[in-house]
Write a protein that binds this ligand. Structure first.
Ligand code: XIL
Length: 465
């Protein structure tokens, strides 16, 4: 979508205001907009992003935990339940019950799922240690195929390969049993994942890659090579475990942007920031603002809900205290999200700060008149599709909307996000959910759905409500 110069100026001045507020230590002030959303997930969704958390299956029965989870978050990552040791405890014998519990909880609460992680040197089951060479390579590929197939159609993005590069200045691959099967093990894993679940975004995920450094540059070079050779990769995850030894690099945003400029999405996948009070709150705002300033930063996941849920609990690195109360870091995060104009990222693909971003894939939005207009962007493959619908407000703005599509015979919707569908086949109407009904004049919001068969073509209808 082309943005007017006026909109760009507004976006720039709002984010400048947010930066000044943060710098003044005033991050606890409520952000300006009267209709600012009041949860992390809704506020992120209003910018076209998600806000997620790591989830442990055994905590879902804790009502303090699940109440916060279901109120605040619209993306979940199983903290341990999808790892190799959890899902394939003995070779070719798969165990999905804990991960399935998280997936069904997420599906029944309108949360999407980041799968984590298909191939990793850590948390491998014991039987893997007796394998090497071709036997290990095949076991790894079988694992990727089986797990990605089990969750086919249910995963927003997969961490296909986790932590495959060494720390330090070498830029080398991490030495591991998987690396010992041959340097092409990463691309082999990505190809297997794409074949098993073509709708999932496929990510490479790592830590100590948050700034421009030898390790992140090695990952960057790999991604560039993958894009050049057609190896399927869609996104890069930045874990972002922040503490005094690993502060937020000054070039954090620039690093996200250089990856985005390669034509991949970027995601903050395991955010936690050790500390307390205003300092911690300001650091959270810095990280959130960096994502918001990068059009291809899809969303942010924090690595747990309450401080006591953290793998680094003694560093109190999360957004809720041990009792589930919101911390200052929560408020600064919410305010940073709400400081963005209510629809779409701060800088779109054609925005002034991302001159090298690839062109947008969405079609040109037709004039909306006083009501609204809608366009569809389709990712179609043999047997299935993901459709993204953009609803653009006309000259009066919107307080609610319905967009309609006609699905060809045999097509069926399996999953919808950021809208409520009237049915799953034929003529289907999608109505806004609570947090995206209001769209200012000329602005847009997006929702999506996934299905089997052939996706909708033509221009969707749009009605203001
Ligand atoms: C951690 C979990 O939080 C812990 O519960 C578990 O004991 C070890 O793994 N990088 C990753 C995550 O990709 O999977 C790790 O999660 C944290 C570091």
């Amino acid at each position: 979508m082309n943005r007017s110069p006026r909109r760009r100026v507004l976006a720039a001045s709002l984010s400048a205001t947010a930066a000044v507020l943060a710098a003044a230590g005033s991050v606890l002030l409520t952000a300006g907009s009267a209709d600012a959303a009041t949860t992390l997930g809704a506020s992120a969704a209003a910018t076209g992003r998600y806000f997620g958390t790591a989830v442990a299956a055994y905590k879902l029965s804790d009502s303090v935990y699940s109440t916060i989870l279901d109120r605040e978050f619209n993306m979940v990552t199983p903290e341990n339940e999808m790892k190799w040791d959890a899902t394939e405890p003995s070779q070719n014998s798969f165990s999905y019950s804990s991960a399935d519990q998280i997936v069904s909880h997420a599906q029944s609460h309108n949360q999407r799922i980041r799968g984590h992680a298909l191939a990793w040197h850590s948390q491998q089951p014991g039987w893997v240690s007796s394998l090497s060479g071709t036997a290990l390579r095949n076991a790894m590929l079988n694992h990727v195929t089986q797990v990605a197939t089990h969750y086919k159609g249910k995963i927003y993005s997969w961490d296909v390969v986790n932590e495959a590069f060494a720390d330090g200045s070498s830029g080398a691959r991490r030495s591991s049993n998987l690396q010992n099967t041959g340097n092409d093990w990463i691309e082999a894993a990505f190809r297997a994942a794409r074949t098993a679940d073509p709708a999932a975004k496929l990510c490479y995920n790592d830590y100590n890659t948050d700034g421009v450094n030898a390790k992140s540059t090695a990952v960057y070079n790999m991604v560039q090579d993958f894009k050049a050779r057609g190896v399927p990769i869609d996104c890069v995850g930045f874990q972002s475990h922040i503490n005094a030894q690993s502060p937020v690099p000054s070039d954090y945003q620039a690093n996200l942007q250089r990856f985005a400029n390669l034509g991949v999405d970027v995601q903050i996948t395991e955010l936690d920031i050790e500390g307390s009070g205003t300092a911690q709150a300001n650091t959270y705002a810095t990280v959130v603002n960096a994502c918001l300033a990068v059009a291809r930063c899809n969303g942010i996941t924090v690595w747990g809900i309450r401080d006591s849920d953290s793998w680094r609990a003694s560093g109190t690195p999360l957004l809720f205290d041990n009792s589930g109360n919101k911390k200052a870091a929560y408020t600064s995060t919410l305010n940073a999200l709400n400081a963005v104009p209510p629809t779409g990222p701060t800088t779109g693909p054609t925005g002034p700060t991302n001159p090298t971003d690839p062109p947008p894939s969405s079609p040109t939005t037709p004039p909306a008149g006083a009501g609204c207009s809608a366009t569809v962007t389709l990712n179609q493959w043999t047997g299935g599709f993901v459709a993204t619908i953009r609803v653009t407000a006309g000259s009066s703005g919107l307080t609610g909307w319905t967009a309609g599509v006609a699905l060809p015979g045999g097509a069926a919707i399996t999953n919808t996000w950021n809208a409520t569908a009237s049915g799953s086949s034929g003529a289907v109407n999608f109505t806004n959910v609570s947090y995206n009904g209001s769209v200012a004049a000329g602005n847009y919001t997006e929702f999506g759905f996934q299905g089997t068969g052939v996706g909708p073509s033509g221009t969707p209808t749009c009605t203001a409500r």
